[in-house]
Write a protein that binds this ligand. Structure first.
Ligand SMILES: [Zn+2]
Ligand SMILES: [Zn+2]
Length: 347
């Protein structure tokens, strides 16, 4: 049954706690769906939106871009979905028609808008989205896993693809948060010979270890030296940085084997210094940027979850209700670096 008004947790001013507001859900227009939100992940990006570190458009806006739910209403002309379908939502709404979209570079769509960043997101009872953003979620995958895989897992897969990981290669993953937990498992599913997880927190290293990674405790000394020793001096073929500090980015470059690829995923606004000969060209190393993921990669991630190659249970560490105080508390914890891997809102 369509909602009259609904509860939404919204950013009303930069630097202020999110607030509960009653809003009217937007009716599904042509080609759109109204989706009842069943799970919405709370991401580190949401803390950046609240603080203003990432620029925002018009306020107020409902945050939340990691969304899974059930189709409640189908707009005119939609033949691909039916009421009651379980879906998870690709957070980038694209036009499908500009030069970038036509080249398959949807991330750079001229009219692209991100759910929970540029348009209302999933910290609400329902959300209206284009039908092509709704990916079928198999019944075997819980909604909270469906929500989380839309951001961190798909982004981790994209980063491994950007690093051109081949079976038999060695991978190092710097940072074992939400992305790292997925990246460890995905690298193994893609046939990596060894996956090293580098972190400074014992509980994160233990978690990565339980997923099949070889733990490298950076609190105990230079992780580059440890990686070189653990690989018999060979080094790493693909290193992913999920930390976002120049010091760690440089470690991801310095640990590379000849022709190795370092992929930067986490943001930083600080300068990165490298030694061009010893760290890059002398070894034909590559420094690669990775941003977001594509709709097609989400389908791939769902298949990997169904096959049992990716277990998202360790990625969801807590749940909270659709409540402003609870969600603000999780954003505070993310800002202070004391949050678990992922907290999911269950409206
Ligand atoms: Zn996210
Ligand atoms: Zn476009």
């Amino acid at each position: 049954m369509p909602l009259a008004t609904m509860k939404a947790i919204r950013l009303t001013a930069i630097g202020r706690p999110l607030e509960r507001q009653e809003v009217l859900p937007r009716k599904a227009g042509a080609g759109e769906l109204l989706v009842r939100v069943r799970a919405a992940g709370i991401c580190h990006s949401d803390a950046h939106y609240r603080s203003g570190l990432s620029p925002m458009g018009a306020l107020p806006i409902t945050l939340g871009h990691e969304i899974a739910g059930v189709v409640e209403n189908v707009g005119p002309g939609v033949a691909t979905h039916a009421v009651g379908d379980r879906v998870c939502l690709h957070y980038l709404v694209t036009c499908g028609d500009c030069a970038a979209c036509r080249r398959g570079l949807e991330t750079w769509c001229e009219r692209g808008a991100m759910l929970g960043h540029h348009v209302d997101g999933g910290f609400a009872e329902a959300i209206t989205v284009p039908a092509r953003n709704a990916v079928p979620l198999p019944a075997s995958i819980p909604f909270e896993h469906g929500a989380v895989l839309m951001c961190s897992s798909a982004t981790a897969l994209h980063a491994l693809r950007k690093g051109r990981l081949e079976a038999g290669e060695r991978v190092a993953i710097f940072g074992s948060g939400g992305l790292g937990v997925s990246a460890v498992q995905l690298a193994r599913a893609l046939g990596a010979r060894e996956v090293f997880a580098v972190d400074i927190r014992a509980e994160k290293l233990a978690l990565a270890g339980s997923l099949g990674a070889i733990a490298v405790d950076a609190a105990r000394g230079d992780p580059v030296a440890q990686l070189m020793e653990m690989t018999g001096g060979a080094g790493i073929d693909v290193a992913l940085d999920f930390v976002g500090s120049p010091a760690v980015m440089r470690q991801a470059v310095r640990c590379l084997a000849p022709r190795g690829r370092a992929v930067l995923v986490a943001l930083s606004d600080q300068k990165l210094e490298l030694d061009p000969y010893r760290e890059i060209l002398g070894r034909e190393a590559e420094l690669i940027g990775s941003n977001d993921h594509t709709l097609a990669e989400i389908t791939e991630v769902i298949e990997l979850v169904q096959r049992g190659a990716l277990d998202l249970s360790p990625a969801v560490t807590a749940t909270v209700p659709l409540d402003a105080v609870a969600i603000n508390g999780v954003l505070d914890a993310l800002e202070q670096g004391r949050a678990g891997v992922r907290t999911v809102v269950l409206p």
